[in-house]
Every structure is written in structure tokens, then in C-alpha cells.
Write a protein that binds this ligand. Structure first.
Ligand SMILES: [Mn+2]
Length: 395
């Protein structure tokens, strides 16, 4: 019996196809056109579309630079997914992911900005995404050391091909890479300043875009311990005590509520002058730019931008939103006015996509990082271009 079943099965396998059996000419059945050519021969490189590919910032080359010392770069994008020192809503550990995701419509091939008059990816500097620092979510002391170690590891690498713009600031007279860090909560700036101090050997002037001061010595009602002193609202105070922060530092966009005027006295002693959110309405963008440039002068400058400087209506994905903020457009215009200062690094922090809608905040942050790149690589603020005629754009 089983031989019979096997014979029946075999007869089906070796029998003529249905088309042949029914005597339908093969030519009458639509056949899929299958090319024998390889993809590259037929279509060229396997490019990443805005919505495809691995998630590197703006589709840049991606390398795990902490372990790969052959990775070449002048400017590194580095994620610091740390969010265990916040006072209100956590979630900024997903900031690097959200900013990279928000950058997917950006790419080097289409990086020309009319506002800047250039493409930062075509300025001769090699820019790559160095991935994320694997930071402990369990032990903040360990995490802070991991962030400092990672930052220093990259700062100590030789630059690739870019021009030397900060070499005269360094202790060793050499050009060091510049890093744009994707936070993470704002605490990440303390290990970054510790690291920069090792390389530059002098206090750094901070341009601090934020709705909050972040210079508080501690929080009332909290039992002070060495680790609880280091939070996203106190890191500048600690940095000042460690001699990392220049007294040429300046806040921009402040509108937080205070304990009282003593907060401002403390803030000044930490090293900051202050531009409030309302100052922009009262004095305009050029005056804000002038105040910042006059304050930091020729010092080595670090720019730290807390996304909560922008109005929560335009950037809701953040942990401690404050109503009544600057628009994204206003912040972008101020940043353009800062080109040519002696930038040694920058970050964007406090992007927390769990509170975001439709990727608004991630897209804002990614766009600002593109501006940071131009800010690093442009020698002076761009003049307002006078565009005429039809502009070609592929949308
Ligand atoms: Mn902050």
C-alpha cells in the first residue's frame, strides 16, 4: 500500500505542468520580468532613503568609536542616553534615538542651507556618528565616570582632515576632535566639562540655552550625599566648584520660577550672566547675539542647549517643560549669530520622546544639530542672502 501512495506522489511531481497539460501556450501567461543583472549594475549604489537604513544621525557613517580607534573624524556625533538624575519626568535616555530618528530626512547630499549659505558636510571636515556610550542606568557615579571616560577617549584621538580651528586653545597645541553630544538629561555636561578641562587646561565659557538656571547648589528637602548633589539642575554649580567653568558664561532663554532672588545671586557667583525669554521681545535677535558674543569673547566656548528653552508647544517632548518659550525659528537665528566663536564642543539635551507628539521635538533637535555643525564650521555669521528667481528644490 505504501509503495502505491509513494508512486502517486511521484507521478504528481514528475507530471507535466498544468499549463502544458491544458495545452495553454506559455506566451499567453504574463511572466514576471526577472533581470539577471546585479542590483548595482542595474540601479547603482544601495542608497538610504529618508525612511530606510540603519539609524545613524543624518545617515552619516556610523562607527563604535569607543572601541574602534581606526574611526576617522573631525566632528563626532555621540549619544549619552543618561536620565537618572532628573527632578521631574525621566525619559531622556531615549533622546539620542529620538534625535537620530528626527534626522532621517537630513543627509549630507542635501545639506545645503539657504540661511547659512553652506553645507556643513562639504566644508572639508569628516563628520561621523560614533554611536552611544553604554551608560549604567543603575549607578550614577559609575555613569558619570563612563561619560567622562568616553568623551576623553574621543577627544584624545587625532583629527582626520579638517582645518585646525581650536589647536591654539589646547594644552598640547594640537587640534582635537569636536563632539556634538546627544543627551541624555542635562547632568551629562558635568563629565563633559571635566573632560574638556583635561584637554584645554582652562575653564570653559558656557553658552547655555535653557529655561532653567541649572546652577542650584542642591534641592531643598533632599538629604545631601556626594552623588545626590549631581543632578540636571545642579551640575553647573558642581562644575563651578571644580573650577571647570569660566565666569564668562551666559544663559539664554531663562523663564523658570525661582526660590527667590537669592537664586540669581548664586547664579552670578557660579559665573553666569542672564538673558531672559522676554529679553528677545524687548531687544530683538541682534541684541541677544551681541550680548552672548560680548560675554564669551575669545574664550574656549561650549554650547549646551536644553530643548526646554523652546516653547513646549513646539517641543513638547521634554521632562521639565516651561510655558512661554522661544520659537524654534528664533533659536535658530540666534545660533547663526554665534558662528566664529571658539567652540570646543556642543550638546543638545533633555529630549524625551515619550512626551512627544508626531516626532516634533526629535525633528527640532535634529535640525538644531545641523545648525551646530554649520556653527562650528562657519567663520562668521552669515549675511542675509537675497534670493531671486525660482529656486529648485526636491521635496
Ligand atoms: Mn537644563
Amino acid at each position: 500500500m505504501k509503495w502505491f501512495i509513494l508512486a502517486v506522489i511521484l507521478s504528481y511531481i514528475v507530471s507535466p505542468s498544468y499549463a502544458e497539460e491544458a495545452q495553454i501556450p506559455l506566451g499567453d501567461i504574463p511572466q514576471p520580468k526577472i533581470s539577471q543583472n546585479a542590483w548595482t549594475e542595474k540601479y547603482g549604489p544601495q542608497i538610504d532613503l529618508p525612511f530606510t537604513g540603519p539609524l545613524a544621525f543624518s545617515h552619516l557613517p556610523y562607527s563604535r568609536c569607543l572601541e574602534d580607534d581606526t574611526a576617522e573624524f573631525d566632528i563626532a556625533i555621540l549619544g549619552m542616553p543618561f536620565d537618572t538624575a532628573v527632578t521631574y519626568r525621566p525619559g531622556a535616555r531615549f533622546g539620542p534615538y529620538a534625535i537620530r530618528s528626527g534626522s532621517r530626512r537630513q543627509r549630507a547630499e542635501r545639506g545645503y542651507s539657504m540661511a547659512w549659505g553652506n553645507n556643513p558636510y562639504r566644508q572639508g571636515s569628516r563628520i561621523i556618528d560614533c554611536g552611544d556610550v553604554p551608560i549604567s542606568p543603575f549607578d550614577n557615579a559609575l555613569a558619570v565616570d563612563q561619560m567622562e571616560t568616553a568623551y576623553t577617549t574621543l577627544l584624545e584621538r587625532s583629527i582626520s582632515s579638517g582645518e585646525a580651528s581650536t589647536a591654539f586653545l589646547g594644552k598640547d597645541g594640537k587640534e582635537h576632535p569636536r563632539i556634538i553630544t546627544l543627551g541624555g538629561d542635562h547632568t551629562i555636561v558635568l563629565p563633559i566639562l571635566r573632560s574638556l578641562n583635561k584637554i584645554y587646561g582652562q575653564p570653559i565659557a558656557c553658552i547655555h540655552f535653557d529655561s532653567h538656571l541649572d546652577t542650584w547648589p542642591s534641592y531643598k528637602g533632599q538629604t545631601p550625599t556626594p552623588q545626590s548633589r549631581i543632578t540636571h539642575g545642579t551640575f553647573f554649580f558642581v562644575a563651578s566648584q571644580e573650577g571647570l567653568l569660566s565666569n564668562q558664561s551666559i544663559h539664554a532663554g531663562i523663564r523658570t520660577k525661582l526660590n527667590g532672588l537669592e537664586d540669581l545671586e548664586n547664579d552670578e557667583s557660579v559665573g553666569f550672566s542672564l538673558i531672559t525669554t522676554d529679553d528677545l521681545d524687548d531687544h530683538g535677535v541682534p541684541e541677544i547675539i551681541k550680548r552672548i558674543r560680548d560675554r564669551v569673547g575669545d574664550a574656549p566656548v561650549y554650547l549646551s542647549l536644553d530643548i526646554d528653552v523652546i516653547d513646549p508647544g513646539l517641543a513638547p517632548g521634554t521632562g521639565t517643560p516651561e510655558a512661554g518659550g522661544w520659537t524654534t525659528r528664533e533659536v535658530k537665528r540666534i545660533i547663526r549669530g554665534l558662528a566664529g566663536l571658539n567652540f570646543v564642543g556642543a550638546d543638545i539635551v533633555e529630549v524625551a520622546p515619550a512626551y512627544d507628539h508626531a516626532e516634533i521635538t526629535g525633528i527640532v533637535a535634529a535640525d538644531l544639530v545641523h545648525d551646530f555643525l554649520s556653527m562650528f564650521l562657519t567663520h562668521e555669521p552669515p549675511k542675509a542672502p537675497s534670493w531671486s528667481g525660482p529656486l529648485k528644490d526636491e521635496l
